[in-house]
Design a binder for this molecule. Structure first.
Ligand SMILES: NC(=O)c1ccc[n+]([C@@H]2O[C@H](COP(=O)([O-])OP(=O)(O)OC[C@H]3O[C@@H](n4cnc5c(N)ncnc54)[C@H](OP(=O)(O)O)[C@@H]3O)[C@@H](O)[C@H]2O)c1
Length: 247
């Protein structure tokens, strides 16, 4: 479970501990992880291990990968660690671009790659990747949504990556799914210096479903149907009629 030291990750950890899972809690802030592990042992009688790691650091990511790929009883990987850094694209610091991609793209892909082969061998397991509704927001202008190009683009990677891996694993006993939360009351915005305390937000404890706030689930089917239609309809060797010269 990555990003277990606060917010959605800590809520998942609490829920999974109550459901009887043994946990490996991963994030940078060791003290927070130790405190959570201690509480889960006390309140849920859970086995909780702490692995402090900065997932934007290649060496630390390799250590986490080794822990994941070497675990022959791994039942579930949750790739949840992440941060936002909103602002106009022309002003985003290059190292922030790197870190957003490191954590939302590289770490998610590498840890999924580390987890899945063993799960497929065992014929059982699951991966949950936490994206964001902003993954679907590329066509929407910046206001009132935040300026979010790299964050939203990286989250879009998580959606497409997860759908494609899930498609490859049909019939293996391994399920891979992506969660797209909207606004959630965690430290996510305060870390960026934003105060959203007066805006109604979902609780982290409620973020357990695929798109937790979506009442009309058929919208999701229509979205994936439209994506399939565009991919299948546009993948042709000839120009669409509207681009062909009028004779
Ligand atoms: N809150 C929202 O409105 C919202 C909406 C949609 C999606 N999300 C996504 O939900 C996920 C969880 O965010 P949250 O809302 O729970 O925010 P949060 O309370 O700020 O939690 C973020 C978690 O990620 C960890 N993390 C951040 N950078 C890390 C790094 N370099 N290496 C390892 N761990 C790192 C943090 O731990 P340390 O600081 O201890 O490392 C923390 O445990 C993120 O992927 C976020 O993009 C959030």
């Amino acid at each position: 479970m990555t990003g277990a030291s606060s917010g959605i990750g800590a809520s998942y950890a609490e829920r999974l501990a109550r459901d009887g899972y043994d946990l490996v809690l991963i994030a940078r802030r060791r003290e927070r992880l130790e405190a959570l592990a201690e509480r889960l042992r006390r309140e849920a009688d859970a086995h909780a291990e702490v692995l402090a790691a900065d997932l934007t650091d290649a060496g630390a990511l390799a250590r986490v990968e080794a822990r994941v790929s070497g675990d022959e009883s791994l039942a579930l990987l949750i790739n949840n660690a992440g941060f936002g850094s909103y602002g106009p694209f022309v002003q985003v610091e290059p190292e922030v671009v790197d870190h957003l991609i490191d954590i939302h793209v590289r770490a998610v892909a590498r840890l999924t790659r580390a987890a899945v082969p063993g799960m497929v061998r065992r014929g059982a397991g699951g991966v949950i990747n936490i994206a964001s509704l902003l993954a679907l927001s590329g066509s929407m202008p910046p206001n009132p949504l935040p300026h979010r190009s790299v964050y939203a683009g990286a989250k879009a990677f998580i959606v497409t990556f997860t759908q494609a891996v899930a498609g490859e694993l049909v019939g293996t006993g391994v399920r891979v799914q992506v969660c797209l939360p909207g606004l959630v009351a965690t430290e996510f915005h305060t870390v960026q210096g934003m105060d959203l305390s007066r805006i109604p937000r979902m609780t982290a404890a409620d973020v357990v479903a695929c798109i937790p706030g979506l009442d009309d689930a058929s919208l999701l089917e229509r979205l994936t149907d439209a994506q399939r239609a565009v991919v299948m309809g546009a993948n042709r060797p000839t120009l669409a009629r509207r681009y062909q010269p009028i004779n």
